[in-house]
Design a protein around this ligand. Structure first.
Ligand code: NAD
Length: 271
């Protein structure tokens, strides 16, 4: 298991299972169970995904000690504000059935609210209900606003990132502040798997297209949370540590950048 050391020395696995759109209870418990069985120790959920209970159930069924697992969850847009966030975290703890959350994120920087939301997250951190404070979908302008107003900067920023939207500027900005970056939609929601270059490199390294893309993220030191409910893919997405891509191939993938955002843009779109 390869771990990223966050700014406060908490260790976060580089590979976790994303569980967005896992809405079928049995399927979710099964996917998380499978993931833990093949070695995953991190799960990325959110109150918005409405599957925290199932994630908690799978974790308990696994028999793996709680301290060996890393659970990320997020405060949704309509739960934001100071008091509301304290209550949202309480709900997430209850749904997950755990005493603490490893990483708690603001899901989106809701205008007029995200600073107060983050202040509540700082308090949750001081009270040791969460092991690390973080954010998601925060661009530079949101991080700069936080920098002026909070005591402890987020330790992680989770943003859309894949070969078609590489986020180099934002990643550099975060790295300068010792903020780790997690890529959501690391496979571009599956879209990048069809890319001709990715397929060519898969042949060259005797790996699958998904493994090529995920390995590219890891070699850039980005944390990844690919989503799948299929056991063979869950395994494939974790089997990334027995090969290294040459620099020239890393560079070729870097040239696939095309500002190909799939989700909404936190700078300009409403959410
Ligand atoms: P993803 O890039 O992980 O792609 C998932 C798609 O790829 C699924 O359709 C899946 O069937 C397919 N897939 C996965 N592994 C495969 C493989 N080995 N071979 C072929 N196809 C494969 O996209 P995602 O689910 O949107 O993102 C991953 C996680 O990121 C989510 O589950 C969630 O936890 C998180 N997320 C966070 C935000 C946010 O706003 N913070 C937004 C979206 C997603």
């Amino acid at each position: 298991m390869i771990l990223k050391k966050l700014k406060n020395d908490v260790l976060m696995p580089y590979v976790g299972l994303g569980v967005y759109k896992m809405t079928n209870s049995k399927e979710t418990v099964h996917a998380v169970t499978e993931a833990i069985k093949v070695g995953y120790r991190a799960v990325d959920t959110a109150s918005y995904y409405e599957n925290e209970e199932e994630v908690g159930e799978a974790i308990r069924l696994s028999g793996i000690p709680r301290k060996e697992l890393f659970i990320t969850t997020k405060v949704w847009n309509d739960e934001q504000g100071y008091d509301e966030t304290l209550r949202a975290c309480e709900r997430s703890l209850r749904q997950l059935g755990v005493d603490y959350i490893d990483l708690y994120l603001i899901h989106w920087p809701v205008p007029g609210k995200f600073i107060d939301t983050y202040r509540a997250i700082e308090r949750l951190y001081e009270e040791k209900l969460i092991r690390a404070p973080g954010v998601s979908n925060h661009n530079k302008k949101h991080l700069l606003q936080l920098e002026n107003k909070v005591n402890i900067m987020p330790m992680v920023n989770q943003v859309e990132c894949h070969p078609y939207l590489q986020q180099d500027d934002l990643i550099n900005f975060c790295t300068e502040r010792e903020m780790a970056v997690t890529a959501w939609a690391p496979l571009g929601k599956g879209m990048v798997l069809q890319d001709e270059l990715i397929k060519e490199l898969a042949q060259k390294y005797h790996k699958t297209p998904a493994q090529i893309i995920l390995r590219w993220h890891l070699q850039r030191e980005t944390i990844i949370i690919p989503k799948s409910v299929t056991p063979s893919r869950i395994l494939e997405n974790f089997d990334l540590f027995d090969f290294t891509m040459e620099k020239k191939d890393m560079d070729r993938i870097s040239r696939l950048e095309r500002n190909g955002r799939i989700g909404i843009d936190p700078d300009t779109d409403e959410f």
